[in-house]
Ligand binder design. Structure first.
Ligand code: B12
Ligand code: SF4
Ligand code: SF4
Length: 297
């Protein structure tokens, strides 16, 4: 029978399995690092503290599988008052289909009676420590063949791990003679050292939320519906990958006006909702619409 790793690879993904008991080591590693270099308090509360609950790691779980699915950026184009506005949605937002496919692969591969659950854990660290990828200086994880254009997900399984690779998180070797991402970061969130990252200055920290943008942030820095592409788009490790985006998604004059005026996602016409949902922007509709207003100036 093919391995689980092989089943993911056959469908264009990459995966590693480790013992479920690694969860403890993973969280110790993360929280130890955070004591020395704390994250923005809002991010810590919203995303990091919930990791302590080990959601999805069910009591009988014997392994974790971490999966990288290729996901290049998506051009998203609008027409507004005779102008054409071109934006690029960074990788990882339009991931719903990737998750569904990963779930399908698990369902097909696992023998009847075996169980799996999606888990909520620190995915970059899990991927780095299991040997699936390496950290770039931009703090994003690079996976062979996908660069940083990938969505990460992890699942707990009732099966034992197939073959475990577990070691320290490793940096991307080419970063030591590069540093382009540091120079490109518009807000100074990235510093020169490996661990120099001020998450409170990252554009993504603010433009994924509906709170007013901080006064120090130049609205002209925004260039995407959500997130920011600057520390990935010219990265040499993404060459030949970043420049093969997914098919563009277009919104005409009327649809763009509708997005700008809508009281919420549900108020939009069905076909517009569908396209936004495919882009992963249903839940984040409010910040995305605010960011579109910024892009229109
Ligand atoms: C919180 C969060 C954010 C926060 C904080 C970002 C951050 N760097 O932590 C904000 C909102 C700012 C954010 C932004 C982005 N995010 Co985010 N985010 C997350 C989330 C929910 C948790 C990440 C986390 O654990 N952070 C805590 C920090 C402390 O962990 P860490 O960076 O891994 O660092 C620890 C160690 O690994 C080690 N370490 C750090 N750097 C290095 C370097 C080396 C060389 C070594 C050896 C060790 C090491 O030290 C740290 C302390 O222990 C994950 C989803 C998930 N469940 O994991 C997505 C996730 C990490 N985000 C993702 C993405 C794509 C982004 C953006 C690129 C989005 C965008 N702009 O378009 C940006 C990138 C910003 C950046 N330069 O980091 C993807 C990353 C995919 C990938 N290939 O790496 C994830 C995995 C979501 C997903 N499911 O795919 N994100
Ligand atoms: S731009 Fe250069 S330094 Fe930054 S992640 Fe890519 S290779 Fe590393
Ligand atoms: S996502 Fe943008 S703001 Fe955040 S670190 Fe990267 S370049 Fe800087």
């Amino acid at each position: 029978m093919a391995t689980l790793r092989g089943a993911f690879e056959a469908r264009g993904r990459r995966a590693r399995t480790v013992g479920a008991e690694r969860t403890e080591e993973l969280l110790e590693d993360l929280f130890r690092g955070l004591e020395r270099r704390p994250l923005d308090p809002h991010l810590q509360k919203r995303y990091i503290e919930p990791f302590r609950e080990r959601a999805g790691v069910f009591p009988q779980a014997r392994s974790l599988v971490v999966v990288a699915s290729p996901e290049p950026p998506t051009p998203v184009r609008f027409r507004h008052r005779g102008r054409r506005i071109e934006t690029l949605l960074p990788p990882q937002y339009a991931h719903q289909k990737d998750l569904e496919e990963a779930t399908r692969i698990l369902r097909e591969h696992l023998p009847p009676g075996e169980r799996f659950e999606a888990v909520r854990l620190p995915l970059k660290l899990l991927a780095a420590r299991s040997g699936l990828g390496r950290y770039g200086r931009n703090r994003v994880l690079f996976v062979p063949g996908m660069g940083s254009c990938c969505h990460l997900a992890a699942f707990a399984l009732s099966l034992p791990p197939e073959e475990e690779t577990w070691g320290p998180a490793e940096p991307l070797p080419r970063c030591s003679s590069c540093g382009l991402c540091v120079a490109r970061c518009p807000s100074g969130a990235l510093g020169k050292g490996w661990h120099d990252f001020d998450s409170s200055r990252c554009l993504t920290r603010h433009n994924e939320e509906t709170d007013p943008l901080p006064g120090w942030m130049d609205p002209g820095w925004h260039h995407s519906l959500l997130g920011c592409t600057r520390c990935q788009e010219l990265c040499p490790a993404n060459r030949g990958i970043w420049d093969h985006p997914l098919s563009p998604v277009d919104f005409d004059e009327e649809e763009t006006e509708g997005i700008l005026r809508a009281s919420g996602f549900e108020a939009l016409p069905g076909p517009v909702r569908e396209r936004l949902a495919d882009l992963g922007l249903a839940e984040d509709f409010a910040p995305a619409a605010r960011n579109l207003r910024l892009l229109l100036g």
